[in-house]
Design a protein around this ligand. Structure first.
Ligand code: XBP
Ligand code: MG
Length: 244
């Protein structure tokens, strides 16, 4: 029985990384007088480290020319980054990916519960859902440091399932990355993967469905395994569950 949909945020709800998070990190570095600029390709590699503070730490540990920063300095730098990122979201610079708002509204109307499971900072989630007018549709938000072990650890998904009081087979996860897929699978969730700008070359073995996006009736997505057109709605999810 399908009772809930659980969404990742960055890359899944919207393309937030290249022009949003990356630029916000770079602005925070520049303001702090740090000689660090993450170009598009470098940032793509750094995305393997989930969590912004963890990403900065990982980079500094491998940068002999960078100043040593303690955890408090990294946290302060990251707070500035979050300010820049949320301002970017609130400016309306980013749109939700195809089908996201439609599916969320439909699922809500059908009585499904909606949740977020992400490594991103809670303020970022509030900004994105608020801007999209969808904040009230979500019952549970699992974000940022709510669990110490970030994706690919399953912890944030397990935390969300506990709050929803649901078993893994009563929910479906939506992800865009291999790290996210691994986290959701390890929590026992069927997972729909819609690869994003930075994750298109990743491996998505074990995904329940692998789609270009969620699709809109007037512009269906493509099932990346069969090449067939698809529009993900609650009926499509239920039919696929019944067809297992
Ligand atoms: C995305 C991330 C995040 C963002 C930055 O993972 O790894 O760390 O890049 O967010 P997911 P913060 O798609 O699983 O949310 O700087 O707020 O940590
Ligand atoms: Mg993601």
């Amino acid at each position: 029985m399908l009772r809930a949909l659980v969404f990742d945020v960055d890359g899944t709800l919207a393309e937030t990384e290249r022009d949003g998070h990356r630029m916000a990190f770079n602005r925070a570095f520049a303001e702090a007088g740090l000689p660090i600029v993450w170009d598009e390709a470098t940032y793509g590699e750094l995305l393997r480290v989930t969590g912004g503070k963890e990403r900065i730490r990982h980079f500094l540990d491998r940068c002999p020319d960078c100043p040593a920063l303690d955890e408090a300095a990294i946290a302060a730098l990251h707070r500035k980054k979050t300010e820049h990122y949320t301002a970017w979201v609130r400016s309306g610079a980013v749109q939700l990916r195809p089908g996201v708002a439609r599916l969320v509204r439909e699922a809500e109307a059908e009585g499904l519960r909606l949740a977020v499971a992400t490594t991103t900072t809670p303020d970022n989630v509030e900004a994105l859902l608020g801007r999209a007018g969808l904040r009230g549709s979500f019952h549970v938000i699992g974000a940022g440091d709510i669990v110490p072990a970030k994706k690919p650890a399953p912890d944030v998904y397990l935390w969300v399932l506990e709050r929803l009081d649901l078993a893994p087979d009563e929910a479906i996860a939506f992800e865009d990355s291999e790290n996210g897929l691994r986290a959701a699978l390890a929590a026992g969730l069927r997972t729909v993967v819609t690869p994003s700008f930075y994750t298109r070359g990743e491996v998505f073995d074990g995904a329940w469905a692998l789609l270009s996006d969620l699709g809109e009736p007037e512009r269906p997505a493509t099932d990346l395994r069969t090449g067939r057109p698809v529009v993900v709605d609650v009926n499509w999810l239920r039919a696929r569950l019944e067809g297992e």
